[in-house]
Design a protein around this ligand. Sequence first.
Ligand SMILES: [Zn+2]
Length: 222
Amino acid sequence: MTKKTTPDRRTDKALWSTAYHEAGHAVAGWRLGIGLRKKGVTIVPDEAAGTAGSCTSRWASNRTIEWDASDKKRIRVENDVQSLLAGMIAQRRYAPRRRWRRGAFGDSRVIDDLLTRFTYDQKEIDAWVKLLRIRTQNLLSNPDVWRAVERLAAALIERRTIPGPEATEIMREGFYERLYSLHPEMREGQRGVDGKAESIQAQTPKRRGYHRDGHRRQCVTY
Ligand SMILES: [Zn+2]
């Protein structure tokens, strides 16, 4: 019996860690105006890619696009970096005492790749990542934001894969839960305002000619 329960419990822990990791990417991205693509979020491992899960987003920055170092691009890249950092931060918030021996290697690699396009000075990159990490920690420590992460993580445990539009709805319901409970009459109005804002953001990459394909995040979460 013991032999059977031990691996099961471990699997369960690993699954929850992955669910929080991917939900962290998705929710931070959503709050920063990076929408999910139809493919959405999954905690189904991809052995060929070596991933425990993935979150397919509408990246502002992609390795394949023509590069420019404008202020506008820098801010979009910062948002992408925050969304990338949010995976590991959410995982650590979920299980703070666990010693994570393997981080999100794929995420770190993409972050370095993005920031080295602006500066080659490692000291500057380190300080920059530190600032963005603090910002992301503050973002995720907002109770409404964290509730959205919890809701999406729980839904991922139940369903394993959730398409983008449904995952966005789960995040939105979680985020506005407190507001709706205080002001039930705002439910429909808020959905309209939020939906409008998101549809504008979703069109942005197309309008501005950014690469439209989502970059698949390579998440190694345990
Ligand atoms: Zn990740």
